[in-house]
Design a protein around this ligand. Structure first.
Ligand code: PMP
Length: 294
């Protein structure tokens, strides 16, 4: 079955879809995006993801391409047409197409909307989680508004590539004061010496991860204390447990940071418990039937 992608009003085969060469997403990374997990044919946390997409557009004065209910319909159609049971929905909204010129002012552009859906293997992901992953710390060289989910991802591409070269799966980004901001495509967490779940507090320095937020809710319900406070690599090396959160991998145990094994060197029991509990607590909406709610 060939994959189908929605671009600006049309569902097309991949090889036949495209955007204009002067789309500002292509020219300037003037574009925002979202990734939503599909789990057992359900969208996970769609309300929070679409809220964040609206916030990203709003922060950059990108016009919403359509209403939320119309967008939800496109998501549903894209998932259905690609017959995805487990995987991800990818949404991208660019500012639109105009002759290449830096300033935004005075341009009343029609935004470009891209929506795709891709199957991923749950069992492959579960077997990675059963072993845990390694991360390496690298300097955070990104811009000052990492709270906006833009496609300006070159620093993340470079960070992940150096992690892969070092035999790790993710990079933890370290700011100029030595604090870990987040992963290249995930939020970073430790279970600290006091058995508190610790992750950096929100600011312009990091993405307000949806999985991060839902996990804070899950921890509250399961009686685990969360502290939103930055930690450094040294504190991470001596953590009881560590993990990353992201929509595409939910809660991914981290068993090695740089040269240090974390805890027993295997996924920690609290991390695994949270991973187990996550989908049960998250918002789940059937991907193939649009509810009134969103
Ligand atoms: N931080 C960064 C830099 C990311 O790219 C991502 C994943 N898109 C996350 C955190 C995790 O966010 P979410 O839980 O919403 O996927």
């Amino acid at each position: 079955m060939s994959r189908i992608i929605y671009v600006n009003g049309h569902y097309r085969r991949y090889g036949e879809a495209g955007v204009h060469v002067e789309d500002r997403g292509l020219q300037f990374a003037d574009s925002v995006y979202e990734v939503i997990e599909i789990y057992n044919t359900q969208l996970i946390d769609p309300t929070r993801h679409l809220d964040r997409l609206e916030r990203s557009m709003n922060e950059l004065s990108i016009s919403p391409p359509m209403s939320r209910s119309a967008l939800s319909h496109i998501i549903e159609q894209t998932v259905r047409r690609n017959r995805v049971h487990n995987g991800i929905v990818y949404l991208q909204v660019t500012r639109g197409t105009a002759p290449r010129d830096f300033p935004i002012n005075g341009k009343d552009l029609s935004p470009t909307l891209i929506c795709s859906a891709r199957a991923t293997s749950r069992s492959a992901r579960d077997s990675i989680a059963a072993k845990g992953i390694s991360v390496v710390s690298v300097p955070d060289i990104r811009w000052g508004r990492c709270d906006i989910k833009t496609v300006m991802l070159l620093p993340a591409v470079l960070a992940k590539s150096s992690a892969h070269q070092a035999g790790a799966s993710e990079a933890w980004l370290v700011d100029t004061d030595g604090w870990i901001t987040e992963g290249a495509s995930s939020n970073a967490w430790i279970l600290n010496q006091d058995y508190e779940l610790q992750t950096r507090s929100l600011s312009h320095a990091l993405l307000p991860g949806i999985t991060r937020q839902t996990l804070i809710d899950v921890a509250g319900k399961t009686g685990i204390l969360v502290v939103e406070r930055a930690f450094n690599a040294k504190q991470a090396y001596t953590a009881k447990e560590a993990f990353n959160t992201s929509a595409s991998a939910t809660i991914m145990p981290v068993v090695r940071i740089d040269e240090q094994s974390i805890g027993s060197g295997t996924p920690g029991p609290i991390t695994l418990k949270l991973r187990q509990a996550f989908h049960h607590h998250a918002e789940r909406i059937p991907a193939s039937a649009r509810p009134a709610k969103y």
